[in-house]
Design a protein around this ligand. Sequence first.
Ligand SMILES: Cc1cc2nc3c(=O)[nH]c(=O)nc-3n(C[C@H](O)[C@H](O)[C@H](O)COP(=O)(O)OP(=O)(O)OC[C@H]3O[C@@H](n4cnc5c(N)ncnc54)[C@H](O)[C@@H]3O)c2cc1C
Length: 476
Amino acid sequence: MNQIAPDILDRLRAVVGDKGVIADPAEMRPYLTEWRDLWHGVSPLILRPASTEEVAEIVRLCAETGTKLVPQGGNTSLCGGSVPFEGGDEIVLSLSRMHAVREIDLENDTITVEAGCILQDVQQAAEEAGRLFPMRIAAEGSCQIGGNLSTNAGGTAVLRYGNMRDLVLGLEVVLPDGRIWHGLRGLRKDNTGYDLKQLFIGAEGTLGIVTAAVLKLYPRPAAVETAFMAVPDVAAAVAMLGTAKALSGNQVTTFELVPRLGLDMVLRHVADTHDPLEGRHDWYVLMELSAGRDTGALKETMEAILVEGYEQGRVLDATMAASEAQSQALWKLRESMSEAQKYEGGSIKHDVSVPVSRMAAFIAEASEYVVDLIPGTRIVAFGHIGDGNVHFNPSQPPEMDKQAFLDRWDEVGHRVYEKVRKFGGSISAEHGLGRLKRDEIVQYKDPVEMELMRRIKRSLDPQNIMNPGKVLNPEG
Ligand SMILES: Cc1cc2nc3c(=O)[nH]c(=O)nc-3n(C[C@H](O)[C@H](O)[C@H](O)COP(=O)(O)OP(=O)(O)OC[C@H]3O[C@@H](n4cnc5c(N)ncnc54)[C@H](O)[C@@H]3O)c2cc1C
């Protein structure tokens, strides 16, 4: 195992002081274990700096000594980017002590926060100021803004507000040579050359350490309507998205696909869940509309969308939530889908995207292709289809051995990704590449694009000290 020289470790400790160092093996474990328990990294130290200056000093020292760094937020990402490799020669730099809200500018509708702020705390701060920070993901109680930025997180409100790329106006970043880029601008218009902040968003910590960001705020919606509708097929679901956008004048906040197979799994395994509709149907959509004013008009809009759907044969049955509790019950069905799949044995997960217009054909063809490989596989395809993003998660045939099914992960993945390629999609819609998809992406991304990414990495981080081996394979 490679070791970092003791004098370098001493110098790093000195930058942050005792409060900013974790070296006890038991306390280090959560920082070294990936969310799904797939990887267990090794590191001599976890550093928890308290300021941008401390981050910069650590990075300068690492640049001087060629020491590798792994930036870490809430460690909730699902592709192994946030934990070190097993070699023991990488330092984990956790942003968790940098959680100040630096400024809220209500006239500019912006909030400036440090990278270690928990997403839920930012939502809360916005709410207390009478505004909305619209990013919503199930990990919001533990993921951090720096992690959200570095993975370009999406979630359930992307359809209306965009993903993290769309929610940022400025960044403060410590570069791999230790310099601080003061890019904390709150400008909606700034055409003065390349938009450098976008380089760091979605870079998974490979180009620098995000220490703060200026984020956009929105008016809080005063009215929200939630509906759960049965549709004959995915094509009808997609058509309903168009109807809903047109009739509501773009008030659709979320549009989530729910398959009957997945719903059955939820109803079987998750407490306090109930089928909201009487008959059985193959597909459902959970849709939310929101508006700034509560005049009753939004309810009428939702009703009009559903009526039009019935008339066109695209909606077979539907229910509208009459209270916040009913809305939460509908959301629970959608949000429990991953958990419910666990009780059904092995499942092979793919977080992919295709253009919305090709979603129905993708799901149909990919399902057939996977079932043809392993007959009896139960395809659970659900999620943010309003954004062209689907969690395509085949569950094992009930009678099959779990491990035997999971052993075929690569074969199944290959079939799914072939179809993703055919339909012009992406093999990672939301979760990034990290370690999990680092090598696979080379087969699916334009070689010119891969080469440009390598050049950018080399020019910003020539020593390859910043989260090395994530996103890009250093071997080429
Ligand atoms: C239950 C659950 C639900 C989820 N749902 C969604 C979802 O709907 N949509 C979605 O997009 N994701 C989702 N995720 C994935 C995950 O929550 C997001 O990727 C989240 O944005 C990661 O934030 P984090 O703070 O945990 O980052 P981490 O996991 O700590 O880090 C992620 C990556 O960013 C880098 N990084 C972290 N902080 C910094 C920084 N300050 N500067 C530079 N690099 C940094 C790390 O090195 C790593 O490569 C979900 C995860 C879970 C567990």
